[in-house]
Design a protein around this ligand. Structure first.
Ligand code: DCT
Ligand code: MG
Length: 413
């Protein structure tokens, strides 16, 4: 059947030898470990992908082309460049000629053409063209506003807007999220350092512990993978006694607000992690927030400014052109995701929130295509469990997710 054929070809792509046992039986063996010809998996989750790697010149190019494709809502093309970037990151050698790429999966014709251009000329004309293009620059600047997606940015670019400053003078009515995005534009586009992420973690930990002793706060996302900088701080919060985490998010954000730390927040109610689905998005109670961090990591940000209270309605430090930065003002704004999860789902949530995006994507694809299972941040399920979901609120009792042997103290993935 078609299904069998796709399974068969995927197995071949992952570099696993297939033996023909008889007319009706094929056997897929363990990956070959031939040092002469190491096979590279087509799944990012089966590759070692170090943060520091040897092919930056090519991965930078793939990233620009992926972004540019996403700006045109060409998801397929964007994904192809993301996959190419991911596999290039995993190569243990610097690519110096096209022959080096023999047998490397996930590199389409277009990606290979770009690599060839860079090998021959030192740069890719296509990438240079994108970087110079007015549309790309404007889309980059406008999607850099927190709360502005590709569709909205595209509409504004068609109207002639180019920068967040243009947005303020255009008279467009902005959502509360976009207003915060413009107000803290410079800060939110300035990478968050590891020290700043740790300082935010400490502020949140102190708040959580004063509300719910014994709760655990874990720094996830890029920082858990060892990155030195990121675009936000992802914090996963749980409590070893299942159920105690309920209602925590509201109390936590009220506490942060009372301390003058909460500059903005939007809460996604989710279902407190009680629901599950076959899609990758999770159902956790979550706050997309902007927090205020004092200049010295860990230092209190100072008293709230006049009129700067009441849950994210703050008007302080509004920069007239959306350019207000941290310099000289003694604090900076930081994007923080606060995610609450029930303890029984913590291992899955930690795995799902650690990333990278490509690693997660392929881990879910691996579960589905190679194991006929479904993985998300709530659990790992047999396929038929997903097809016939049990009634709501009975999930953990009637059909617990399969156990995942992930040590809570495991090193970054
Ligand atoms: N994630 C995912 N699928 C997505 C988006 C995110 O699986 N479509 C997971 C993986 C990473 C985690 O959520 C946090 O997301 P980001 O903060 O966007 O990623 P990051 O790796 O932490 O990147 P950065 O360092 O820039 O914050
Ligand atoms: Mg992050």
């Amino acid at each position: 059947s078609l299904l069998d054929i796709s399974w068969f070809t995927d197995s071949m792509e992952t570099g696993r030898p297939v033996e023909i046992l008889d007319r009706h039986r094929l056997q897929v063996s363990a990956p070959r470990s031939d040092p002469e010809e190491p096979r590279i998996s087509a799944y990012a989750c089966q590759r070692r992908t170090p943060l520091d790697h040897l092919n930056k010149i090519f991965t930078d190019a793939s990233e620009v082309l992926a972004e540019n494709a996403e700006f045109s809502e060409s998801e397929g093309r964007g994904l192809a460049f993301r996959k190419a970037g991911s596999v290039l990151r995993s190569l243990p050698f610097a690519v110096s000629r096209m022959e080096d790429l023999r047998g490397v999966p996930c590199l389409g014709e277009h990606s290979r053409k770009i690599i060839q251009e860079i090998l021959e000329d030192g740069v890719s004309g296509e990438v240079e063209g994108v970087l110079r293009s007015e549309r790309y620059r404007a889309m980059k600047a406008l999607t850099g506003v927190f709360g502005v997606g590709v569709k909205t940015a595209d509409r504004w670019v068609r109207e002639g807007l180019r920068t967040p400053g243009d947005l303020l003078t255009s008279g467009h009515r902005l959502s509360r999220e976009q207003e915060a995005g413009v107000r803290y534009y410079e800060d939110l586009n300035c990478p968050v350092t590891r020290a700043e992420a740790d300082a935010i973690g400490e502020i949140v930990k102190e708040a959580v512990h004063s509300i719910l002793p014994g709760a655990r706060v874990t720094l996830t996302g890029g920082f858990r993978r060892g990155k030195e900088a990121g675009h936000d701080v992802d914090l996963l919060i749980t409590h070893p006694e299942e159920g105690k985490e309920e209602g925590l998010l509201g109390k936590l954000t009220s506490w942060l607000d009372s301390q003058g730390v909460l500059l903005y927040q939007r809460v996604s109610e989710g279902s407190g992690g009680r629901g599950r689905e076959s899609g990758p998005m999770d159902h956790f109670h979550r706050s997309f927030s902007i927090l205020k961090l004092g200049e010295q990591p860990g230092a209190p940000p100072g008293p709230p400014q006049p009129g700067a209270s009441s849950a994210g309605q703050t008007q302080e430090a509004a920069s007239p052109r959306g350019q207000g930065g941290a310099q000289g003002r003694g604090w900076r704004a930081v994007r923080v995701d606060l995610v609450i999860c029930p303890y029984s789902q913590f291992a899955y949530a930690l795995l799902g929130w650690t990333g990278s995006q490509q690693f997660e994507r392929d881990l879910r694809r691996f579960a589905s295509q190679e194991r006929d299972m479904s993985l998300n941040s709530h659990g790992l399920y047999q396929r038929e469990q997903v097809r016939t979901p049990p009634p709501p609120h009975c999930i953990s009792e009637s059909s617990p997710p399969l156990s995942l042997s992930l040590s809570l103290s495991s090193p970054p993935l």
